[in-house]
Structure formats: structure tokens, C-alpha cells
Design a protein around this ligand. Structure first.
Ligand SMILES: [Mg+2]
Length: 283
């Protein structure tokens, strides 16, 4: 990292952080995360967490971060589950939804007065056809660590009806854990696209502009006053650069240095660091 940039870093007004692979991996906080956020808070910077992870509610993220000793409020958290619920409630109000996803996603949808038709933990002992397949307006897909055969069978048959919309929270195929990678929300989309022989209609999370624009609006800052910290090039970094936000690529998570060649030069990050801890030491 150039010393120029570390001088410049504290000139930004707003700091957007990805969660998984930047601040933490599952229940382990990553080195430097707490220290950097503490410095930024002392300097009255605007801090937002922008995560494609759809498995938790925003309240659960506030709690998760508090357990790491990081104090943020609910308005500083943007998740793909929350934004999917907000988007669907504004665009297709009062829809009936079939969800491939976890409790956090279902709860966010219900908070926006959307009806989750499968609001229980479906077991493979259930009959896939013993379900109101025809009453569904939208299938919403997020990461689902309890994905079952019966859920896939139901979603596949619901999606045969081309009137049903097919919306994904995010397209991340993999998900970093402290022990390696596991399948992410994008993998669920890929399976369903294959099974239903159709393409997803809409994806909400990064790299789409929606989450970045919501955060800019909430922070009341301009894109050039803002920097995004991300570990996944094709979502965090490409998405940020696409809307004119500066980007810091944090190594050790979803993407590696050699992945840079897979993205266009116009989307290259402004700064690359091995960890937030390195950044803290350079300040
Ligand atoms: Mg990440």
C-alpha cells in the first residue's frame, strides 16, 4: 500500500464494510476490525456494514457485532435480506412468497407485510406436492444451510409458472468460513435456474447499485467521499467502483490477488491490503 493512500484514508467521510471475510468469518472477528472501527468512530466517520449475507435480520447483526465489541445501530446495517424485502414490498406489495432461505430472510419479508407461505422448517418427509404451489407470486432465493430435496422440488414446480417472479438476494456462489468455503446464495440460484430451465429475474445484493445507493443516501455522503472495504472482487469492489465509490480490496477472504485478472481494469481497487490490521498500523 502506498503511504499516500494511508494519509488519504482518514479524509473519507464514510466507510462501508462488507461483513464476512472483512470484519469477521462466522463467529470469529478478524484482526484489526475492532481497532479500525474504533478509530473511525473517534474521528466521527460514518460507518456502514453492507452484507450480501441473507441469513440474519439486521437486529441479529447488531447483536453479532456487539458480541465482537463493535457498537453499531440498526440503521448502519444493510443486508441483502432487508433490501430484498424492502424492494419486493415496494414493487410487488402484498405478494405471497415461497422462500429458499433461512429464518433471517423470512423474518425480514414478514416485517414488510409480505406473506411467507413456507414459514416453517420444511422436512424431506413432507410431500413436495402437498403445498399450495399455485398461490405463489414470487420465489425468493438466499443462502440456505438447511436446503432440502423437498424445498428444491417445490421451488422447481412453482417456477414452471412463468407468471411467478424469481428473485435472488445475492449471487455469491461461495461463502467464506474460518475453515474454508461453503455454498452461498448464488449456488442456490444456480441449482434452481438449472431445475426450472429459466433465468433469475432480479438479484438485489452487491454488485448491483441498490445497496451502495441506499447506504450513500443514509449516510448523506457523496460517492467520492466514501470508501468500501471488501474481500470479494466481483461484488464488493466491482459494485463500489461501478457507482464511483473508492474501494479497498482486503485479502484473505473470498477473492485472491490472482483473481484481479478476471475483472476489468476500470474496476480495480484503489488500495489492496492484507488485512484491516495492516491498515490500522499504517494510520
Ligand atoms: Mg465478503
Amino acid at each position: 500500500m502506498s503511504s499516500d493512500f494511508s494519509d488519504k484514508l482518514l479524509q473519507f467521510e464514510a466507510f462501508f464494510f462488507d461483513g464476512d471475510g472483512v470484519l469477521y468469518k462466522e463467529n470469529t472477528i478478524l484482526p484489526g476490525a475492532k481497532e479500525l472501527l474504533t478509530i473511525l468512530e473517534e474521528k466521527k466517520k460514518k460507518i456502514f456494514v453492507l452484507t450480501n449475507n441473507s441469513t440474519k435480520t439486521r437486529e441479529e447483526y447488531v447483536e453479532k457485532l456487539r458480541n465482537f465489541g463493535i457498537n453499531v445501530n440498526i440503521n448502519q446495517i444493510l443486508t441483502s435480506a432487508y433490501l430484498t424485502a424492502k424492494y419486493v414490498s415496494e414493487t410487488f406489495p402484498r405478494s405471497k412468497i415461497y422462500v429458499i432461505g433461512e429464518q433471517g430472510l423470512k423474518q425480514e419479508l414478514e416485517r414488510f407485510n409480505l406473506e411467507v407461505l413456507n414459514n416453517w422448517e420444511e422436512k424431506d418427509s413432507e410431500d413436495p406436492f402437498d403445498f399450495e404451489l399455485r398461490s405463489v407470486d414470487i420465489v425468493i432465493t438466499g443462502m440456505d444451510r438447511k436446503l432440502t430435496y423437498v424445498k428444491l422440488a417445490r421451488a422447481m414446480n412453482i417456477l414452471k409458472n412463468k407468471q411467478v417472479r424469481f428473485i435472488g438476494t445475492n449471487a455469491d456462489v461461495t461463502f467464506p468460513t474460518p475453515f474454508g468455503f461453503i455454498p452461498g446464495g448464488g449456488a442456490m440460484i444456480d441449482i434452481l435456474e438449472k431445475l426450472s430451465n429459466r433465468k433469475i429475474d432480479t438479484i438485489i445484493g452487491k454488485p448491483k447499485p441498490l445497496m451502495f445507493n441506499e447506504a450513500l443516501k443514509s449516510a448523506s455522503v457523496k460517492n467520492n467521499e466514501t470508501i468500501m472495504f471488501g474481500d470479494r472482487l466481483e461484488t464488493d469492489i466491482v459494485g463500489a467502483k461501478n457507482v464511483g465509490i473508492n474501494a479497498c480490496f482486503v485479502l484473505g477472504g473470498a477473492s485472491s490477488l490472482s483473481d484481479l485478472e478476471k475483472i476489468a481494469k476500470t474496476f480495480y481497487p484503489d488500495i489492496i491490503t492484507n488485512s484491516l490490521s495492516d491498515l490500522v498500523h499504517s494510520l
